[in-house]
Design a protein around this ligand. Sequence first.
Ligand code: SF4
Length: 333
Amino acid sequence: MEAPVARYWEPVEDDVVLCTLCPRRCRIQPGKRGTCRLRENVSGKLIAAAYGRTIALSIDPMEKKPLYHFQPGWAILSVGPNGCNLRCGFCQNYNSSQLEAPTSHVSPEELARMADRPGCRGVSFTYTEPMVWFEYVMDAAEACKARGLATVCVSNAYLEPEPFTELLGVIDAFNFDLKSMSDDFYRDLCGGELKPVLAIIERALDSKVHVEITNLVIPGYNDSPTRLRELCSWIAERNPRTPLHLSRYHPSWRFSDPPTPRKTLLRAWNVAKEAGLEYVYLGNVYAEAKYSDTYCPKCGAALVRRSGYRTELAALDGERCAACGADADFVNL
Ligand code: SF4
């Protein structure tokens, strides 16, 4: 299938185009692609060159995204493009975000049909950076909606506000990376900026969409209690019931430092709880019940027990605590 003309760009001069989808705002010469490698200038027109081309088609547990408060216990069909608009030196998926990887084509309708099966709740756009796969995500999410399927997006939150508003209309749940509260961190390690990221997450938290946040805890770079407190307080001030996943870093791509020590993760968990966040989880590491299960914010009953990606709905009645009836901040569509 021929790739469609992209949205969110403008001609500049001499067949050069300016992409306005994400804050990078690449000026792209004819025959070249933007930084994300997903959008190409073909004779003065910006083409969504990666439309429908996915690096994987995999049925994953919802908890692997990670989403702990959205359709718990369900599976989801996961897809993602071969590219990203950030350049995080520690990227845990660099093989597909930063390097060329094999892809296969799946049309929006085909994808929705594949996801429409027993036990699978819908489609997750994930792995690399799906928001800059914009045209395909919009079409595939519409195809999912037509079948009553759920849509999930796991993202770095680096997009311009206008296209993001469009995504809010078709995506049911987001997990956003919030890597640090330091602009220097985003500039020096990721080739981006903090401000647009905060603007997108804030916009999502102000809307009705389900939001969870992940922070990859990297020793020596973003794990100081002061910085973590700043990050957790920022979330708590907007909604203290936003689930936060503190994820263990492993050496990857340009980072060879050893993995995050367990005691650093436990310290981060305590900082997050002290900042007032209700639901804080450790990820990418074996974690005792206290750090992986969900407890009722009112009576303390264990609502969901997790072991690895195994999920037991212990005392959850739809979106409420089966013991006391309190709203437990779950979404079941
Ligand atoms: S979406 Fe891609 S091409 Fe467009 S500005 Fe961002 S990185 Fe550049």
